[in-house]
Write a protein that binds this ligand. Structure first.
Ligand SMILES: [Cu+2]
Length: 216
């Protein structure tokens, strides 16, 4: 819940704006509907001597109440599209590249230069990310469809066999973030977790230059 208000990545901050728009629209529609319900309850309550109004066939009203939700959905679509397209656009020359592979039932992270970390269900691996640097992650699956979900980044992307999904992440808070597979993938799916560890860029560089021995 905390990450909803203070996402740990730059891309998450953009997603948060989308969430705010949806919540505001939901509250506005909800208030209008409840106000209309209570208004009808009070203004048209049963009174002795008054028959219920017979009411049918009102095309202008029917068109209006079909058009308003349609326009609302269009507007929400446009806002979401405008916010998500830049998030999906991977930078041409990212400051860092990491390859992530999902498999039943853990993850492998390859930083290049022979630095690879892999986990098991009992020992979830760490994905180290340099603070403030735009890192490109190439996501793959070795077997079935998995999903890379980092709640603190407000980000989730499927890992699909035979496909490489590329995205950028720019962490803005150092810390350790519990992350998991979000696509049911078999018996031990529930144990398919990993830790995203956002560390200072210098510590990240030391980790790579030490060949993965000097953990940040
Ligand atoms: Cu999985």
């Amino acid at each position: 819940m905390r990450w909803l208000f203070d996402p740990a990545s730059q891309q998450g901050v953009a997603m948060r704006a989308d969430w705010y728009v949806f919540v505001a629209a939901g509250i506005a529609v909800g208030l209008f509907v409840y106000a209309a319900i209570f208004w009808c309850l009070i203004a048209y309550r049963r009174r002795t001597g008054r028959e219920p109004a017979a009411f049918k066939n009102n095309p202008p009203l029917e068109i209006t109440y079909a058009a308003i939700p349609f326009l609302l959905v269009l507007a929400l679509f446009a806002v979401t599209f405008a916010i998500e397209m830049p998030i999906d656009e991977a930078a041409a020359s990212p400051q860092q590249r990491i390859s992530a592979t999902a498999f039943r039932w853990s993850w492998q992270f390859d930083y290049g230069g022979g630095v690879v970390s892999s986990g098991t269900t009992m020992q979830p691996p760490a994905l180290y990310l340099p603070l403030g640097r735009t890192t490109e992650i190439a996501l793959r699956s070795a077997d079935v469809t998995h999903s890379f979900w980092v709640p603190a980044f407000l980000f989730k992307r499927d890992a699909i066999p035979g496909m490489t999904n590329v995205f950028d992440v720019t962490p803005r808070h150092a810390g350790t973030y519990l992350s998991r597979c979000a696509q049911f993938c078999g018996l031990e799916h529930g144990l398919m977790t990993f830790y995203v560890k956002v560390v200072p860029a210098a510590a990240f560089d030391r980790y790579l230059s030490s060949g993965g021995t000097q953990k940040p």
